[in-house]
Design a protein around this ligand. Structure first.
Ligand code: SF4
Length: 402
């Protein structure tokens, strides 16, 4: 393997606590009990960063994403100490996008101002719905009015705001789903993410499924939502992501273009490219185990080189989420492989009407977007297949409903 040049490097920081565990959530998030060990956790993140420096030596950080969990549970002073710890140990691009995820249930004007002063320039707010009944059904800790106040206040304080909404909620009608989206658009955030609620294994909803709209109803909601966002000037650029011109999420775009990211924090994933290999690592998942391991300078629980045979699938898993696809040359830049290595799969996907390409670009067709798992399966063909393997199309660390 020979990677021609290292891709841009992002930093993901995971903060694993929430006020309450939502019944649909399969993230590494844990209900807060008592005081959070904020200072100790920032110490652990700093020790984890120190221990990781050799892997990213000399490289510049282009974006930082502080996700969770609910990072807005941390005091602005803790977030400031974290960002300063990063800036003093690694070169951070002066124009770096620095995103923090916030739950409206933690909303306070002074807290938001504090995050901005700490260097956060983009707030991603997990609204999910503005409808109190729907929020109750989702087990959210906030109501519609708190969500409205949080979004309005964030827009005054931060140059970039993302609003996460979900559709296909328990007993939701098409009109209710569109009503939520109209309200989000009326606030005028720079970025909106619209996620279809799915029942993930190992969640309360999976064990006790609520009555959800059927596939056709959810498809109508998706179509209606895309129509509203398009008419309001939000460009659809990734499966669930919509942005005003100039406001695409640079951090997530780095995942989707198979860039590198260092992942710090409990359960965080990382991907680092070297000239001759690509490394994937996962940190200790349980907060207490992570604290102990990171402070001892050894937070990485799992580290493995990605086999060359896995690279086409890994690349496509990310890049084919992009509505406009990717430049042909990106495949070789990121994987070190010739595109000829996947020519049979590209042809098969084209023949099935799932993929389109010209001399410069490869992109999913409308059908390919609708049946993304079928399209991705084409690129699994050369891998040793695990029986019954399920493709999870979420990229690790990618922004998602929180
Ligand atoms: S959905 Fe978000 S707020 Fe709810 S438990 Fe998961 S990470 Fe926490």
């Amino acid at each position: 393997m020979r990677i021609p040049e290292q891709p841009p490097l992002s930093l993901y920081v995971h903060i694993p606590w929430c006020l309450r565990k939502c019944p649909y959530c399969d993230f590494n998030s844990h209900e807060k009990r008592g005081e959070l060990p904020e200072a100790e956790y920032v110490d652990a993140l700093t020790a984890d960063l120190e221990a990781s420096l050799a892997k990213v030596w000399g490289r510049r950080i282009h974006t930082i994403f502080i996700g969770g969990g609910t990072p807005s549970l941390f005091a602005p002073a803790a977030i400031e100490r974290l960002i300063t710890a990063v800036r003093t140990r690694l070169p951070v691009d002066p124009e770096a996008e620095i995103t923090l995820e916030a739950n409206p249930g933690t909303f306070e004007v002074e807290r938001f101002r504090g995050f901005r002063a700490a260097g956060v320039n983009r707030l991603s707010i997990g609204v999910q719905s503005f409808d109190d009944a729907k929020l109750g059904a989702l087990g959210r800790v906030h109501g519609g009015d708190e969500a409205r106040r949080a979004v309005a206040c964030a827009l005054e304080i931060f140059p970039g705001v993302n609003v996460d909404l979900m559709y296909g909620l328990p007993q939701q009608t098409l009109e209710e789903a569109l009503g939520d989206m109209r309200e989000a658009i009326a606030h005028g955030p720079q970025h909106i993410s619209a996620y279809h609620l799915t029942l993930e294994p190992d969640t309360h909803f999976h064990r006790f499924p609520p009555a959800l709209p059927g596939e056709d109803a959810a498809a109508d909601m998706q179509e209606g939502i895309e129509g509203l966002l398009g008419a309001a000037g939000y460009g659809h650029y990734e499966t669930s992501a919509f942005a005003r011109p100039g406001h695409r999420a640079r951090h997530n775009l780095n995942y989707w273009t198979f860039g590198d990211y260092l992942g710090l924090g409990a359960g965080a994933h990382g991907k680092i490219s070297f000239r001759d290999r690509i490394l994937r690592e996962v940190r200790e998942r349980k907060p207490q185990s992570y604290l102990r391991a990171a402070l001892a300078g050894d937070a990485v629980q799992e580290s493995r080189e990605v086999a060359e045979a896995e690279l086409p699938f890994e690349f496509m898993l990310n890049a084919l989420r992009l509505i406009d696809g990717f430049p042909v040359s990106l495949f070789t830049q990121r994987t070190g492989m010739s595109l000829a290595a996947v020519e049979p799969q590209l042809r098969a996907a084209e023949a099935a009407g799932l993929l389109a390409r010209d001399h410069s670009t490869i992109r999913p067709t409308d059908k390919g977007r609708r049946f993304l798992n079928d399209l991705l399966e084409e690129f699994l063909a050369e891998r040793p297949r695990a029986a019954g393997r399920v493709i999870n199309i979420a990229s690790p660390g990618t922004s998602r409903p929180s």
